[in-house]
Design a protein around this ligand. Sequence first.
Ligand code: RP5
Length: 168
Amino acid sequence: MSAANNAAPLVGLVMGSRSDWETMQHAASRLEALGVPHEVRVVSAHRTPDVLFSYAETAATRGLRAIIAGAGGAAHLPGMLASKTAVPVLGVPVQSKALNGMDSLLSIVQMPAGIPVATFAIGNAGAANAALFAAAMLANDHPQIAEALAAFRAKQTEDVVAHDDPRR
Ligand code: RP5
């Protein structure tokens, strides 16, 4: 277990089903790599609504500063969490089988005015970017996370520059 997971969690990474882990692991691995203390839970809006309420109601007092919520289909988890906590919610639309994640995307992004959910791309890219965004939100108050984020971006740039001929 890494230092990021031993410290009190700053980010809650939740998903509607264990089946979402295949996607949401891409958020977890980024948080891990950046040293962002986080926890991971399955919290279903429709199968465990009481758990959802309790998770959201205790999020701020437990020290969470962001919640990354992934869900697919009629993806009401991020919006319901946001309605029960002032902790910022970052929604990740999981790619559904039936509609390729368009259902998830529209369910999460189309929040009526008043309860915002920051919405990311469908699938793995959205999960990864939600983690990077959460790290950026924390960077001002946590210099080690700021450094890790800067190093990640610098390496990403170097990798592109070092392999700028796609034939090689
Ligand atoms: C949603 O329903 C979950 O977020 C998941 O993406 C989708 C399917 O869930 P399972 O039937 O695989 O548990 O609640």
